[in-house]
Design a protein around this ligand. Structure first.
Ligand SMILES: C[S@@+](CC[C@H](N)C(=O)[O-])C[C@H]1O[C@@H](n2cnc3c(N)ncnc32)[C@H](O)[C@@H]1O
Length: 283
């Protein structure tokens, strides 16, 4: 089996030994739930430059720095490197259609306090959360007065949250956005990029949050989006996370997951509604 190999200057890739690799895999899994066990090449590929920037020639030295860094900045840097944050507007649009046609009419009828609590968990650069805010604006229109529809959007990557707060996207992120929405909710910047309009931006609050941490929220959520995040996690981690979501879902509230993700129906209390949509019973 492979053991520590010296750095390999021609390709610029620094090799990670079996021991260093399993130490890193276990650490990231226990802290963030992310399963890197099949991602050796990705780790070497994405972190070699980081090591060189720090004038380190081995992962051994890097791990020592990572594990002893109390500031958290090394971990932040690592997370920015290893997470895949691909996202775009109107992704898995069936969710937004279902939201406007079924979930919102139900919420409008049942949430008498006009407080609609939504969480975009694993929000990446904010496309999903802004998309939800646009759907709310379309649905409520003038009836929105008196409703609090603020959306909480969280991610572990500081990097993507910075982008989310700026709300600036290249045009290829908007390919599937209907022209009317493009006109209504985005402004074109001189660079040719698009920025989400202020009315929608102020509906979303972005925060750093690790989904592996305990959930301590003041009130339960009516709608939780956690799409294309659990692809990172192994089955037991996913099952624990779904149970945690259930505990913070209000009666009658919904959970939307990615269409390539599955919830084992024998191990969840959510009721299946349609592909990638689940509901907590009303009582
Ligand atoms: C592929 S993006 C999905 C973005 C969006 N939900 C969508 O479907 O387009 C996955 C996001 O999950 C985040 N993530 C991964 N593990 C996480 C964890 N333990 N806690 C919070 N966010 C996490 C990543 O940083 C990444 O931004």
């Amino acid at each position: 089996m492979t053991t520590a190999q010296p750095s390999s200057p021609p390709s610029g890739i620094i090799r990670i030994s079996d021991h260093e690799f399993s130490t890193l895999v276990q650490f990231v899994h226990s802290k963030y739930g992310i399963d890197l066990s099949q991602k050796r090449l990705l780790i070497e590929g994405r972190l070699s430059q980081t090591l060189r920037n720090k004038h380190l020639s081995s992962f051994k030295e890097y791990l020592e720095i990572l594990f002893h860094d109390k500031s958290g900045s090394e971990m932040t840097l690592l997370l920015n490197k290893i997470t895949t944050n691909h996202s775009y507007f109107a992704r898995e649009n069936e969710h937004f259609d279902f939201l406007m046609q079924h979930i919102l009419p139900y919420m409008e009828k049942t949430r008498k306090n006009r407080d609609l609590r939504t969480w975009s968990a694993g929000c990446s650069a904010g496309q999903e959360a802004y998309n939800i805010a646009m759907a709310y604006d379309q649905y409520f229109g003038a009836r929105k007065t008196g409703w609090d529809t603020t959306i909480l959007a969280t991610d572990i990557s500081q990097n993507v949250l910075g982008k989310a707060r700026r709300a600036v996207y290249p045009s290829n992120n908007l390919t599937d956005v209907p022209p009317a929405w493009r006109q209504q909710y985005f402004k074109t910047l001189p660079s040719g990029d698009f920025q989400v309009c202020d009315k929608i931006r102020k509906e979303v609050v972005f925060k750093v949050f690790n989904l592996m941490d305990p959930f301590q929220f003041k009130k339960p959520f009516d709608i939780i989006f956690c799409r294309n995040v659990m692809i990172y996690f192994d089955a037991p981690t996913t099952e624990r996370l779904i149970n945690k979501f259930y505990e913070v879902t209000a009666p009658g509230g919904y959970l939307c997951i990615g269409h390539s993700e599955v919830i084992n129906k024998d191990s969840t209390k959510y009721q299946y509604v349609m592909p990638a949509i689940y509901q907590r019973s009303e009582r």
